[in-house]
Design a protein around this ligand. Structure first.
Ligand SMILES: [Zn+2]
Length: 848
């Protein structure tokens, strides 16, 4: 019995706490100055202006630059170098006059003096006294290989040299005359550089050499000097290319003439303009057929690719490509390429989905790559906008996973004998979905990758998860589900998602998994699918072919859904708080309708049930003075203060008789009121989801919005009203909040069950070379003896010998042990642990 509370609605009637079950300590009071997790973000977000509105949409004065490129590039297969010449047309659509422009020379990252190389961390080098040959070779090569971009000339349209200044991976070109708003400026650059070995100097571009046939696959990206972005938010975005933060680019139109060995097949951003010059009549015919085919068709067959591997032509061919409204241009070229294609209609837009890969990628690639491209276009178009480009390509080569407009590079390949693991199969499907998916974010919804990795990786990984789920039942997605992020959320070396790309720790979980999970939680748990999908589509529509910033995303999602999500962005994107909500205490309240006499009986019974104190038990036979001298006793020795008086009986009867009909009905209430007190241990604000199970076995799902924490972010409570006893309560029953500790999610607490296996102790488990040497001699002797015996005899000897494996019997007796939760299969925890490890591995080989 804790306290008696007066019930205001039924006058003087007392409500009595019948039972109390408490887990843990009472709440501390809310401290003055406690962080307000619902504080609006407007203090942090940039002030809306005429370029970017408060609703998260482009403002009436929104602008962005346009840059058109006309490029000639020659690949030297023997030197493994490229030589280029480009005419760049810069359209100044900003309201500013420009006196210089900045260009990106990304290839300079492969110069030994680059900031990326000189600031490379050596943490991990020689760890445990070991370094692989590969690692050492790569390290030494970085110190000697110069793959930096050699600028031969920069001239204006009259051929006059323009002043240039190179700062690491950036180049400033001073304009002869100021470029006023609305004006255009054309200039020409000639350059060359040596191509990096993509396996040794891993980047997002490079060649792969195949020793057995002496051929290369080239995957060429960041290969031409291109304009840095000039924006209303950053001015010139010329933060150096250090390797992790990707690209901030402008849209424009491209004509690119790629000259390569005549026996090469070239794949590139854009539409091939001269198929009749570079393709055989048979290939042209197959391309026409593939347009209307219902499955991928070979344009270059595996056999034809094998034949090409042998030719090593000295002649060249020039492939001409045209691309409109793209923010970059990449290509791949090799004589090893098989090529398959299938036409696909995306709501009226005819797209050629195509894959290029060597025979080493078979049989995996012809089976999955083009299918995965088309699947991606279908799913992503549904969640964002219809794919607008005419081409979508997936290329196999040295790059593990990297995206460019209309073309992407994907690494997974089977083993040499053509077999492959499930990890390789799903790795390929997932990476193709991911990289093709990047066409939407950031190739079309053109976010600033150099600054914010999550804006493309996070959004794209979220849609990748949805696409994977539509590929097949039980698709082994690695990211997206709330519970997958738990190991990361409880790790210590974290930074908020809102951290510059180059300063992110645990890049994969931070830029990919966490934002993808956050969006999935927003969709499933907070907004619901309908509101989320509408808002996400609206964001995609607003910023298609434009340049959104984080605030534009945050604002649009709120603007379109009608839900204040500032607490969500604050928790998930601006902090490293994790979700750990704990069930702290459950109290049961019932309306007391007893008469004073009934209550007196109950009180006596309760008192009688109470065990006497130890002293009282031992003092039972104590000689008391009042017994020895009875004259010491008076009225108070007999008086029982708990005895009901006539006045109390009358007062109770009077209270009942004066109740109105409505009040009588309330007085008859037999409901049970369970107050559930919750504690926010992790700090992250999340909705409260409860599953109540009642005495008759029925269940009730209770979903409470995150606003339950709005007054006090550390503690809250909710009331469950039931007409029968509550048997158990589970917090977050579908594991949808990424709660990192589920031990405090159950009422009553449950015993966790686990099993252990018995094995015999190995007493000599330590390394014992002397014993090994002795055993080897004995084994040799035994073998010599066995040679001189019959086979049957040798068999019986072997059977009789105690086998080492017997020390760990296969069917060891198992015993239940350790106090754990019976309701929870111990397996998931094990699997979680494994997943955590597996994930770590996967993050290392992250697609980009
Ligand atoms: Zn990516």
């Amino acid at each position: 019995m804790k306290q008696t509370i007066l019930c205001s609605s039924v006058a003087i009637t007392a409500i009595c706490i019948i039972a109390t079950s408490a887990i843990g300590q009472p709440f501390p009071n809310k401290k003055y100055g406690q962080e307000d997790k619902f504080r609006q973000l407007e203090e942090i977000l940039p002030t809306p202006n005429s370029y970017r509105g408060a609703a998260g949409e482009p403002g009436p004065d929104y602008w962005q630059q346009k840059i058109d490129y006309n490029i000639d590039v020659r690949l030297d297969d023997k030197e493994r170098s490229i030589h280029g010449s480009e005419t760049i047309r810069y359209h100044n659509r900003s309201p500013h006059t420009l006196r210089y422009v900045w260009l990106q020379l990304d290839a300079n990252i492969f110069s030994p003096e680059s900031t990326a190389n000189t600031t490379r961390s050596s943490r991990g080098f020689g760890a445990g006294g070991r370094t692989s040959i590969f690692e050492l070779e790569s390290l030494l090569l970085r110190k000697t290989f110069d793959g930096g971009c050699k600028i031969e000339s920069v001239t204006d349209h009259k051929g006059q040299e323009l002043a240039k200044t190179i700062v690491d991976t950036m180049m400033r070109i001073d304009l002869g005359e100021p470029l006023a708003p609305g004006q255009e400026f054309a200039f020409k650059i000639r350059w060359n550089y040596k191509i990096n070995d993509a396996k040794l100097l891993n980047g997002r571009t490079g060649f792969e050499f195949f020793e057995k046939d002496g051929n290369n696959i080239y995957e060429m990206a960041q290969w031409f000097p291109r304009l840095a972005a000039f924006t209303d938010v950053t001015g010139w975005q010329h933060k150096q290319y250090l390797g992790q933060g990707e690209f901030t680019l402008e849209f424009g139109d491209y004509i690119v003439r790629i000259t390569a060995p005549a026996d090469h097949v070239v794949a590139a951003t854009g539409v091939l303009q001269n198929a009749n010059e570079v393709l055989t009549p048979a290939q042209q015919e197959r391309l026409v057929q593939a347009k209307s085919s219902d499955k991928p068709m070979f344009i270059v067959t595996p056999e034809e690719a094998k034949e090409s591997e042998k030719t090593k032509s000295d002649a060249t061919k020039t492939w001409v490509y045209h691309a409109e409204d793209v923010r970059d241009f990449a290509f791949a070229t090799s004589r090893k390429f098989i090529w398959d294609a299938q036409g696909h209609n995306v709501n009226g837009n005819s797209v050629m989905a195509m894959s290029y890969y060597p025979n080493e990628a078979e049989p995996l690639w012809s089976k999955y790559s083009t299918h995965a491209i088309i699947h991606t276009l279908n799913v992503y178009s549904r969640y964002t906008f219809d794919y607008p480009y005419p081409i979508a390509i997936s290329v196999n080569g040295p790059i593990g996973g990297m995206e460019y407009p209309m073309i992407c590079f994907n690494g997974p390949r089977p083993k040499e004998d053509g077999t492959y693991s499930s990890a390789t199969k799903y790795g390929l499907i997932s990476v193709v979905i991911h990289e093709v998916g990047h066409n939407y974010f950031p190739m079309i919804v053109n976010s600033d990758e150099r600054q914010w990795s999550w804006m493309d990786e996070g959004l794209n990984t979220f849609l990748q998860y949805l696409s994977e789920q539509e590929w097949q039942d039980e698709y082994p997605s690695q990211r997206g589900e709330a519970e997958f992020i738990v190991p990361y959320m409880q790790s210590s070396n974290q930074v908020p998602i809102m951290t510059n790309s180059e300063s992110i720790m645990q890049f994969g979980p931070n830029a990919y998994s966490k934002p993808a999970t956050a969006l999935n939680i927003l969709r499933e748990t907070i907004l619901g699918r309908e509101l989320f999908d509408f808002s996400f589509r609206e964001y995609s529509r607003r910023w298609k072919f434009k340049r959104p910033m984080p605030a534009d995303f945050f604002r649009t999602m709120e603007d379109a859904s009608g839900v204040d999500l500032d607490w969500f962005w604050r928790g998930w994107f601006y902090t490293t708080d994790h979700c750990d909500i704990a069930m702290d205490k459950i109290e049961l309240f019932q309306l007391d309708r007893n008469s004073p006499d009934e209550n007196a009986v109950l009180a006596k019974e309760k008192k009688a049930q109470r065990r006497p104190s130890l002293s009282k038990q031992r003092d039972l036979d104590l000689e008391r003075r009042a017994n020895t001298f009875p004259e010491l006793k008076d009225f108070y020795n007999e008086y029982d203060p708990s005895e009901v008086t006539e006045d109390q009986r009358k007062a109770f009867e009077k209270f009942k008789s004066e109740l109105s009909e409505k009040e009588k009905a309330i007085f008859e209430n037999t409901d049970r009121f369970y107050r559930v007190s919750l504690k926010n241990v992790g700090g992250l604000i999340m909705p409260v989801i409860l599953m109540a199970t009642f005495e008759d076995g029925s269940t009730r799902e209770i979903r409470i919005p995150a606003e339950i924490w709005r007054v006090d972010s550390a503690q809250c409570d909710t009331l469950i009203v039931a007409d029968q006893p509550l048997k158990s309560l589970e917090l977050d029953p579908y594991r949808e909040t990424a709660d990192i500790n589920r031990d405090n999610n159950f009422f009553p607490p449950v015993i966790e069950a686990s099993r252990f296996q018995l094995f015999k102790m190995r007493r000599n488990a330590e390394d014992n070379p002397m014993q090994k040497a002795k055993s080897a001699v004995a084994a040799a002797q035994k073998a010599a003896e066995a040679k001189s015996t019959t086979p049957d005899e040798s068999k019986s000897t072997a059977d009789a010998a105690p086998s080492a494996t017997k020390e760990t019997p296969k069917e060891a007796p198992q015993a239940a042990a350790e106090v754990k939760k019976p309701s929870e299969d111990p397996k998931p925890k094990e699997e979680n642990k494994k997943k955590g490890k597996k994930k770590k591995k996967k993050e290392d080989a992250n697609p980009q």
